[in-house]
Design a protein around this ligand. Sequence first.
Ligand SMILES: NC(=O)c1ccc[n+]([C@@H]2O[C@H](COP(=O)([O-])OP(=O)(O)OC[C@H]3O[C@@H](n4cnc5c(N)ncnc54)[C@H](O)[C@@H]3O)[C@@H](O)[C@H]2O)c1
Length: 266
Amino acid sequence: MAEKIKVIITGALGKMGVEAVKAVHEDNELSLVGVVDVKGKGENFSEIVNNKEINLNLENDLDRIIAKTKPDVMVDFTNPQAVFNNVKTALSNKITCVVGTTGLNEVELNQLEKLAIEQEVGVAVIPNFAIGAVLMMKFAKDAAKYFSDVEVIELHHDQKMDAPSGTAIKTAQMITENREQRPPRNTKEFEKVAGARGGDVNQVRIHSVRLPGFIAHQEVIFGGVGQSLTIRHDSYDRVGFMPGVIMAIKHMIETKGLVYGLENIM
Ligand SMILES: NC(=O)c1ccc[n+]([C@@H]2O[C@H](COP(=O)([O-])OP(=O)(O)OC[C@H]3O[C@@H](n4cnc5c(N)ncnc54)[C@H](O)[C@@H]3O)[C@@H](O)[C@H]2O)c1
C-alpha cells in the first residue's frame, strides 16, 4: 500500500481547524500527525473533538512540530496576521501548503509562489473550499455568455464583517469576463434609500444580507426577455468545505508552485 500523506493542521482549535482535523483523520490516504494552535497548551485533542482515536497533543510552536513530525503537508486555517509566516516556515522546510485562511495580499502571494518554486513544493491558496460554490461561479460565468443582465444576492451570518463577500466579488468578475458589453439602461433610476440597489462591481449589482441563522449563501439571478435563470448555492455547515480541503491536499502533493482557487484543482 502507498504510504499515507502526513498532515499537520495550524489553527486546529478554530472553527475550520476542528473540522479539518476530523476530515483528515477520517481519510484513509492521509495521516494526521500534528495539531498546532497558538492557544494550545499541550492538551490532548481527543478530548476537544470527543474522539479517542485523535490522540495528539496540541502544540503552539510550528517549528517544533515540523521538526518532530516531518509532515508532507500543512493545512492552515488561522488568521490574516499569522498565515504568511506559517506558510513561509512550512515552505522553507519543503512542506506542501494548503491555505484556507483569507487575507494574503498580492505581494505576499508572489513571495510564497517564488519560495514554493525554489523549494520545489506546492502551495494552494483557496478562498472558497465549497465545491458547490465553485461550480455556482463557473455556471454563472457560462450563463453570462447568453444573459447580460444579472444581479447577485449574497446572504451570510450576522458576524461577517466585510461586504460584499469575496465569493460575490469573484462571481461578478467571472461574469464580466464572459459577457457582452452591457447596453446602457434606459430607465432613469434613483435611490429613495441610499444603497437600495446594492453595490456595483463591474456593472453587476450585489446585494448583501446579514442575518442570524444563515451561514453562507448566494443567488445569481439572470434576467432575459420573458425568462430568468437563478443559480443558487447554500452552505449549511462548515463540514461542507472539507471535501475541497481533502481534494486540495491530494492534488498539491503532486504539484509545484502556486495554485490559486479550487477551480484550478477540480
Ligand atoms: N477557504 C475557505 O473555504 C474558508 C471557509 C471558512 C473560513 N475561512 C477562513 O479560515 C480562517 C479561519 O477561520 P475560522 O472561522 O476557523 O477562525 P477561528 O478564529 O475560529 O480560528 C482561527 C484559529 O487560529 C488560531 N491561530 C491564530 N494564530 C495562529 C498561529 N500563528 N498559529 C497557529 N494557530 C493560530 C487561533 O487561536 C484560532 O483557534 C479565516 O481566515 C476564515 O476567513 C476560509
